[in-house]
Write a protein that binds this ligand. Structure first.
Ligand SMILES: CC(C)(COP(=O)(O)OP(=O)(O)OC[C@H]1O[C@@H](n2cnc3c(N)ncnc32)[C@H](O)[C@@H]1OP(=O)(O)O)[C@@H](O)C(=O)NCCC(=O)NCCS
Length: 184
């Protein structure tokens, strides 16, 4: 993976394009009750995981970007996803930065490290002007990741019956990022 220009490398992680054969490893994350508590508690089964991966692969093929699979360099495990998804939010075309990590790896700054790298990718090579994150009320860890990479809460919305906080960051605000969150 080292030297592959399609891969984003940070100090502890590789972010590479998601593949159809990532389903089983992603399922260890999306069938984990600690992870899925953030989304209402229902665990994914294999068919749901396959559909979720396929949706991301279709997005990747259509727009040239999507969610990366995140590989932990020291043990080579797939420990999360992090990346971008275009979506309509209250009638506005937005690009959402999202992340989900295996609970064995929480609270080591890894989601922040991945999200900071994706933010740099969005505002650099992809030339996006704005990214947002939709975070459910009470998901303090996710809110904290968004804050650490410079995003700020700019609204509250209800979507599919759930209350979300809308975090956003404009390209012109990139200088507000906490320096220790910059990718290597
Ligand atoms: C959100 C998530 C990706 C964060 O991953 P992570 O690798 O643990 O994130 P980081 O270690 O980079 O940062 C987590 C921050 O949240 C803080 N945090 C975690 N749980 C917390 C809690 N219950 N209360 C307050 N702060 C909390 C940590 O202390 C850390 O902040 P700090 O660096 O200021 O101390 C992970 O918790 C996860 O996968 N959750 C389930 C899926 C999910 O919610 N995805 C996001 C959907 S919007």
């Amino acid at each position: 993976m080292q030297g592959d220009t399609r891969v984003i490398e940070t100090e502890r992680l590789w972010l590479r394009a998601m593949r159809a054969d990532d389903v089983d490893e992603l399922l260890t994350i999306f069938a984990d009750p600690r992870v899925m508590a953030s989304f209402g508690g229902a665990l994914f089964d294999r068919a749901q995981m396959e559909r979720w991966v396929q949706r991301n692969l279709t997005h990747q093929a259509r727009f040239g970007y999507g969610l990366f699979s995140v590989i932990h360099k020291s043990d080579r495990r797939l420990i999360g996803d992090c990346g971008l998804e275009n979506m309509d939010i209250e009638g506005h075309a937005e690009t959402e930065l999202g992340y989900d990590f295996h609970s064995d790896y929480w609270n080591r700054g890894l989601a922040t490290e991945a999200a900071a790298a994706v933010r740099a990718h969005a505002f650099g090579p992809l030339g996006l002007q704005r990214i947002v994150s939709l975070i459910r009320e009470g998901n303090v860890a996710s809110q904290r990741v968004a804050e650490k990479i410079g995003m700020r809460r700019t609204g509250d919305i209800v979507r599919n019956g759930h209350a979300y906080q809308l975090y956003s960051l404009m390209r012109t605000q990139e200088q507000t990022i906490e320096p220790d969150c910059l990718p290597t």
